[in-house]
Design a protein around this ligand. Structure first.
Ligand code: ATP
Ligand code: MG
Length: 364
């Protein structure tokens, strides 16, 4: 079976370091590993409209931002397909048929959607489109017969939903045309759900607690230096807590084997730094400066690549257009197979036409 990746992001803002450790970094590694037959990266504008239906300008403006972020982290349109969701109408068609296979109570159980409904104050009146976006996400994944979906932890319920839909579709229509996807989660907890700079559970475009990949070095510095730490660690000599301390969570996500020898050679590794903080005698400012250096190591080349791509915006739109055409052809093929399985392929079904002719007593 071919190994295929599908993943994507909502164009609701620029991409941030949570996206980077949760999914983008892994995508680039997988792209360069050469182990995958196809990689599709989708800008989920239709999904973004489910909770921004009256803010279409935000979605429109952020498509190019997300595309630039992709290119600047090293996603390479020569090796992968980058496309825009709304330009592949087959995805909408699939969603309509999948909706028959999912119950309202099943959708209501989705913990991520529950959380997002609360965050958006949708409790009183949930738009149907938003409520059903996990179904549309199943279409995005299955249209490309994706076997692997590299995402953050908040996406786990969506992938499970997609797997259920695949099983139900294949069983109901007696086919094997759809493939069950597997989630690919980051290796450590910090990366699976990076908290916001305010210490809130998740860095999220919608919460305004982000360090963006395109932030200037000055912005990053301001954000890091004012990050949430241990509120009880007041004097340098105080013992400090690591759990829930955002600066250390970010270090868990970003430190590399050579970070200490480069920027903090007096410590052997992150465990040694954490031990010192717990004992007392290590100030927040020193740890934050170290984090800043480690982050800048990662962000500086991304920023530089972005500057280059920003000089060729029409070229970036062209990449998205060509990618969308490629994606559309693939999704159309899957839709064709699905229609065969669902027996809504009337005009291609010679036997059906013949049998009906016979039934009505006409000539064959
Ligand atoms: P929105 O608030 O509009 O939903 P978002 O910041 O949650 O935006 P998405 O576009 O929904 O971003 O998510 C894109 C991908 O990034 C998903 O794979 C998601 O799991 C991952 N991701 C988003 N935020 C984080 C985070 N804080 N830590 C790890 N992964 C994340
Ligand atoms: Mg999200």
């Amino acid at each position: 079976m071919p190994k295929i990746i599908l993943t994507g992001d909502r164009p609701t803002g620029r991409l941030h370091v949570g996206h980077y450790v949760g999914s983008l970094r892994r995508r680039v590694e997988l792209q360069n590993s050469g182990e995958f037959d196809k990689i599709y990266i989708m800008i989920a504008d239709a999904q973004a409209l489910t909770d921004n239906f009256d803010n279409q300008e935000k979605v429109r403006q952020n498509i190019i931002e997300v595309a630039l972020d992709y290119l600047s982290v090293g996603l390479d349109p020569e090796k992968i397909t980058i496309f825009i969701q709304s330009q592949v109408p087959e995805l909408t068609e699939m969603t309509f048929f999948y909706a028959n296979l999912v119950t309202v109570s099943r959708l209501q159980r989705n913990p991520t959607v529950k959380n997002e409904i609360q965050m958006r104050n949708f409790e009183a009146s949930i738009p149907v489109g938003f409520f059903t976006y996990p179904i549309s996400q199943a279409s995005d994944i299955t249209a490309f017969k994706a076997t692997h979906v590299p995402v953050g932890e908040d996406q786990e319920p969506m992938i499970e939903q997609a797997r259920e839909i695949v099983r139900k579709f294949n069983a109901t229509y007696n086919t094997d045309c759809l493939i069950e996807p597997a989630i690919v989660l980051p290796e450590n907890d910090a990366c699976r759900r990076l908290p916001g700079t305010d210490g809130k559970a998740k860095m999220s475009k919608s919460l305004g607690n982000c360090i963006y990949l395109a932030d200037t070095p000055e912005d990053v510095k301001t954000k890091v230096m004012s990050m949430y730490t241990d509120p009880n660690h007041i004097k340098v000599s105080d013992p400090g807590q690591i759990e829930g301390n955002t600066v250390f969570t970010y270090l868990d996500a970003f430190v590399k084997p050579d970070s200490f020898s480069k920027y903090l050679p007096e410590y052997e590794n992150l465990d040694a730094l954490k031990d010192h903080y717990r004992r007392g005698g290590l100030g927040d400012v020193k740890v934050k400066r170290f984090l800043l250096a480690v982050l800048e190591d990662e962000l500086a080349p991304i920023r530089a690549r972005r500057k280059e791509w920003e000089k060729n915006i029409p070229g970036v739109y062209q990449i998205l257009k060509e990618g969308s055409e490629v994606a559309r052809a693939v999704a159309a093929q899957t839709m064709h197979e699905m229609k065969d399985a669902m027996k809504i392929n009337y005009f291609d079904d010679y036997e059906l036409i013949q049998a009906q002719a016979k039934k009505f007593g006409g000539e064959e």
